[in-house]
Design a binder for this molecule. Structure first.
Ligand SMILES: *Cc1c(COP(=O)(O)O)cnc(C)c1O
Length: 395
């Protein structure tokens, strides 16, 4: 097998992610790339040293053959011109935003964004003199009405963090592009396998690889994939901010990527099975999952996405806190904790009212976010069923 540089492959992405970013010939035949650990790169001659900027590898912070392998593979998955890695998904977000703004600028941020992204806007961008307006995730082409003369960026995330509203990415991107405003999307939930933002007019796609790409809850990693018109800005932003992932973490991202298609297919199927079961429970007021036919975002999801991951939420009918605690504390297969995308199943309570300013949350019951891992969904349903029994007896 040889490397096919620059060839746009017609193969299925499930196949491509097994081959992209690999060059066994350059690795003495070994299937996988090496883990390059390094800071200093040696230059053989003064001429080579003086041509520093033209060298592929110059210094550890700027990249190694290991980071280049994963960047190439993710770039291909997202259909971008350039991908850069960061030490966390959060830093992918901040690096991407900072690529486009300066003091006096304005950005439009989706109200249902990942909470730390909101915090970055309110606590950090504000301090730099960059203003943020939050918008309703369902705004679509209406985003045009919020654009100001100094708007430089529209940030999207679909489905929304915690509450899973689907955004009409194509409509938003079209309206923004018509005004020469950059569009960034946090694509962590779907990954490039289930949604390719750049094909819908988005300039920059972000992935918290910590979640599904690493896939085993054992590393932090982020990626930013840019189209040709924004590649330089993204590359410079990462260089100037200095975020470089560790070699082992990068390797874990490469390793996780190879099994992403089979894991996601399983998360999708099992997630939907558990979501459908939950939708039929009397304790549950609502299930927030765009792949459910009853979900308000279902038509958009169906038209644009190739699949769903294993992350969704439910809203319980109102019960006292002690009943929720009785349910959650006794779960045997679901762990309580942040992050998601690994093989393990997780559940966390949340309150959308604490992180929404452009929209209102009217539900009275406790909201819970579930990550359906790779467990047999029938076992997960039994665990939740026992949880509802505890909830009822404590209510
Ligand atoms: C987790 C997450 C991030 C941040 O990723 P980390 O690797 O935890 O820093 C960003 N966006 C979304 C949607 C996430 O879920």
């Amino acid at each position: 097998m040889t490397k096919r540089d620059g060839v746009r492959d017609p193969r299925h992405p499930d196949t491509e992610i097994l081959h992209s970013g690999r060059d066994p010939e350059a690795q003495h035949g070994f299937v996988n790339p090496s883990v390059y650990r390094g800071s200093t790169v040696l230059f053989p001659t003064l001429d080579a040293l003086e041509a520093y900027d033209q060298q592929t590898y110059r210094y550890g912070r700027h990249g190694t053959p290991t980071t280049a392998a994963l960047e190439e593979a993710l770039c291909q998955l997202e259909g971008g011109a350039r991908c850069v890695l960061t030490p966390s998904g959060y830093q992918a977000v901040t690096t991407a935003i900072l690529a486009f703004v300066k003091a006096g600028d304005h950005i439009l941020m989706v109200d249902t964004v990942y909470q730390p992204t909101r915090k970055f806007c309110d606590a950090f961008l504000a301090r730099l003199g960059v203003a943020t307006t939050y918008y309703d995730p369902l705004i679509g082409e209406g985003i045009a009405g919020l654009v100001q003369e100094n708007t430089r960026l529209v940030f999207t995330e679909s489905p929304g963090s915690l509450t899973f509203e689907m955004q009409d990415i194509g409509a938003i991107a079209k309206a923004a592009r018509a005004r020469d405003i950059a569009v960034v999307m946090d694509n962590t939930w779907a990954t490039g396998l289930y949604f390719r933002p750049l094909e819908h007019g988005v300039d920059v796609s972000i992935n918290a690889c910590t979640k599904y790409i690493v896939g085993h809850a054992d590393a932090m990693l982020g990626a930013i994939t840019a189209n040709a018109r924004t590649a330089r800005a993204i590359e410079m932003s990462r260089l100037l901010l200095g975020g470089c992932p560790g070699s082992e973490e990068t390797y874990l991202g490469l390793r996780g990527l190879r099994t992403l298609a089979v894991r996601l297919a399983r998360h999708h199927k099992a997630g939907l099975e558990v979501a459908e079961w939950l939708a039929g429970r009397p304790e549950v007021a609502r299930v927030l999952h765009p792949a459910l036919a009853s979900d308000p975002g279902h038509a958009l999801w169906k038209a644009q996405y190739k699949g769903a991951s294993g992350l969704f939420s439910i809203v319980l009918n109102p019960v006292p806190r002690a009943a929720v605690a009785a349910m959650l504390d006794g779960l045997e297969l679901f762990g309580m904790g942040y992050s998601w995308g690994g093989y393990e199943s997780l559940i966390v309570p949340f309150d959308p009212k604490t992180c929404r300013t452009a929209t209102t949350w009217g539900d009275a019951g406790q909201a819970l976010r579930l990550h359906i891992g790779l467990d047999d969904p029938r076992d997960l349903i039994s665990d939740l069923d026992a949880g509802f029994t505890r909830l009822k007896s404590a209510a």
